[in-house]
Design a protein around this ligand. Structure first.
Ligand SMILES: Nc1ncnc2c1ncn2[C@@H]1O[C@H](COP(=O)(O)OP(=O)(O)OP(=O)(O)O)[C@@H](O)[C@H]1O
Length: 211
C-alpha cells in the first residue's frame, strides 16, 4: 500500500468534528473525494499530505508513518513523496517557470531530470523561461501540476483543480493529472465539489457528514 489513512479524527473546534473515512490506496490507484463547500475537503487533503496533524489515527506513505516525522525531516519527506496541487496555483512570481521546478527539486534533494519531459507533456515547454505573472490561468495551473510532479512523488493530491476552468480546460486538466499519475505510478487523489469531475474517476467517496 502506498497511502494508508486509518482511524483519523480531526477537529479545529471540538464542536465541529470531521468524519474522515479510512483510505487505503495502492500505486496507480485514483480516488475522488466529493463534498460540498465547507465539508472539510481541504482539511482532509492537508491531513493526507503531511500538512496537518490529525488528533488521532495514522497516515502512512510508502510504509512511513508521516506524523512520526517532524520539522525538516517531515518537510523533506513531503517534498519527495507528496505532490500537492493547491486550489490557487502556488508558484513563485519572482522565478520563471523552469526555476519554479528547479527549486522544488532543490528542496527535496532531487535531480532535475523530470523538468524537461514534464514541461513537454504538459504543453508548457515553450513557456519555460516566461515570468509566471505572464501566464494564462490554464498555463499557471499546468505549471502547478508540473511542480507537484517534478520530484516523482508517490502521492499526488489535487485540491479543486478545475474550480476556475471552463469545461474544455477542466476536462484537459483532469485527463492530464490521470495520465501523469498513471505514467509515474503514483496514487492520485482529487478533492472537489465539481460535478464535471465525477465521470472521470469511478472510485469515489462522499464526505460531509459531521459527527
Ligand atoms: N484553520 C482553521 N481554523 C478553524 N476552522 C477552520 C480552519 N480551516 C478550516 N476551518 C473550517 O473547517 C471547515 C472545513 O473547511 P475546509 O477548507 O476543509 O472545507 P472545504 O470542503 O475544502 O471547503 P471549500 O470547498 O469551500 O474549499 C469549514 O467550516 C472551515 O470554516
Amino acid at each position: 500500500m502506498i497511502l494508508q489513512a486509518n482511524n483519523i479524527d480531526f477537529y479545529y473546534n471540538s464542536d465541529q468534528k470531521f468524519k474522515i473515512p479510512d483510505i487505503n490506496l495502492d500505486a496507480g490507484d485514483q480516488l475522488l473525494i466529493i463534498g460540498k463547500s465547507g465539508s472539510g475537503k481541504t482539511t482532509i487533503l492537508n491531513i493526507l499530505g503531511g500538512l496537518l496533524k490529525p488528533k488521532s489515527g495514522e497516515v502512512k506513505i510508502n510504509g512511513t508513518s508521516v506524523y512520526s516525522l517532524s520539522g525538516a525531516t517531515l518537510d523533506k519527506f513531503r517534498g519527495k513523496n507528496v505532490g500537492i496541487i493547491f486550489q490557487k496555483p502556488h508558484i513563485l512570481s519572482a522565478l520563471n517557470v523552469e526555476e519554479n521546478l528547479k527549486i522544488a527539486n532543490f528542496f527535496a534533494g532531487e535531480s532535475n531530470r523530470l523538468i524537461e519531459p514534464l514541461l513537454k507533456e504538459l504543453g508548457i515547454y515553450e513557456k519555460r523561461k516566461a515570468n509566471v505573472n505572464t501566464l494564462s490561468e490554464g498555463e499557471a495551473q499546468r505549471v502547478s501540476i508540473a511542480r507537484a510532479l517534478v520530484n516523482n512523488p508517490k502521492v499526488i493530491l489535487a485540491d479543486e483543480p478545475t474550480a476556475s476552468l471552463d469545461d474544455e480546460n477542466a476536462d484537459n486538466v483532469i485527463k492530464l493529472l490521470q495520465q501523469e499519475a498513471e505514467k509515474y505510478k503514483a496514487v492520485l487523489i482529487i478533492v472537489t465539489h465539481d460535478q464535471r469531475v465525477k465521470d472521470h474517476i469511478s472510485n469515489q467517496i462522499l464526505i460531509g457528514a459531521k459527527l
